[in-house]
Design a protein around this ligand. Structure first.
Ligand SMILES: C[S@@+](CC[C@H](N)C(=O)[O-])C[C@H]1O[C@@H](n2cnc3c(N)ncnc32)[C@H](O)[C@@H]1O
Length: 353
């Protein structure tokens, strides 16, 4: 979002949506919590299902629910308007990395049937979708990830001690913001980003080359087969991907990660986890519904630790993640915050030696 490249109308739209979403998180959400606490006289039910009808009966609830959905729709409209006429992605002429697209790849129906995150048309149809997704993602993160602090923190705190890895694979790499930090941290490693969406991969390739980093991007289904050799990776990561997967695909991504890793190789999947606070857990489930993320509640309710174990991993465990910079936290517990926030967490595991 550069003030120099946007006209005043587009800037006003984007600023309004961003402010709306921030006030939704830091003003409307705390009121919903307070009203629910008053209604239950301070004895809030410990169970998400029991607290749901109470929260939904509060005067502010319709504002909370509608604002979440409507601000997301307004976000995409503002972003699409701002980017109208954006040039097609220009691929670098003499790349130091590579881009391997698979025109024969059949995208799964669970992927194409939904406009994920309410983004009209999804992220996989055209280069314009990747531009829209890139700018939209900044607003979704409430402007708190404009310099990709989140992804840097993930690399530093979840993959900061890999030694001298030969190969790192990023599953569901989007436009590369989760991938290029690996190459920065480990310049001698071969870094590979895998995604289903060709427009995102084109953008990832162009952006990474512009940073002067050699990364290999490939189009493949990470829940079936990435086409990479078995037993060759030291680290397999994914950020913000597994909550988008239905159950068979969820099992599939663990199996593919296990296949790719060397003995002793490590996995880190950054995603959402129930926080054990019934109001926050209710908000997470409803976020999935309002934001067109139909598989999110199912993933969060699944025993993903058991899935990792079934795929052959050892020491699988979730730990909390603080997106404001601290990154990986020592246990599955989050700092107290008044505002609404995503329940970020990391599932880590290791292939037995
Ligand atoms: C929310 S985005 C996250 C992108 C990136 N990891 C990040 O942190 O910004 C989810 C990405 O996962 C990709 N994806 C979803 N299912 C996939 C699959 N089965 N195989 C490969 N990529 C997938 C989507 O195309 C999308 O780019």
């Amino acid at each position: 979002m550069s003030a120099t490249t946007l006209d005043h109308a587009a800037r006003a739209d984007l600023d309004f949506v961003l402010t709306w979403r921030r006030r939704w998180a830091d003003r409307i959400w705390p009121v919903l919590v307070e009203q629910t606490d008053v209604a239950t006289e301070g004895n809030r039910p410990a169970d998400r299902k029991a607290v749901t009808p109470v929260a939904q009966a509060q005067p502010v609830y319709p504002w909370f629910a509608w604002s979440e959905r409507a601000s997301q729709k307004a976000l995409w409209r503002a972003v699409s308007d701002a980017l109208e006429g954006a040039p097609a992605i220009e691929l670098p002429k003499d790349p130091i990395g590579s881009l391997t697209l698979d025109p024969e790849l059949k995208l799964p129906e669970w992927y194409t049937d939904w406009d994920i995150h309410v983004q009209p048309g999804g992220i996989w149809r055209a280069d314009a979708s990747a531009h829209v997704y890139e700018l939209g993602a900044k607003l979704v993160m409430l402007g708190g990830n404009d310099d990709y602090t989140f992804h840097r923190a993930f690399t530093e705190t979840c993959a900061g001690d890999l030694g001298a890895p030969a190969r790192i694979v990023d599953l569901g790499c989007g436009f590369g913001k989760s991938t290029w930090p690996f190459k920065r941290a480990y310049p001698d490693a071969e870094v590979i980003g895998v995604d289903l969406a060709a427009p995102c991969l084109r953008m990832a390739h162009a952006k990474t080359e512009a940073l002067g980093l050699a990364v290999h991007y490939r189009q493949a289904d990470a829940t079936v087969n990435t086409g990479l050799e078995a037993g060759t990776a030291d680290f397999v990561a994914s950020t913000m991907v597994i909550h988008e997967l239905p159950q068979p695909a969820l099992r599939g991504i663990f199996a593919e990660a296990a296949r790719l890793l060397k003995p002793g190789g490590r996995l880190a999947f950054l995603d959402f986890h129930f926080m054990g606070d019934p109001m926050r857990d209710l908000a997470a489930v409803e976020h999935g519904a309002r934001n067109n993320e139909p598989f999110m509640p199912g993933m969060m309710a699944s025993d993903t630790v058991a899935m990792a174990r079934e795929a052959g991993f050892a020491h699988a465990a979730w730990t909390a993640f603080d997106e404001r910079g601290a990154g990986r936290l020592p246990e599955l517990a989050w700092p107290k915050r008044r505002e609404w926030h995503f329940p970020w967490a990391v599932l880590e595991a290791e292939m037995p030696k």
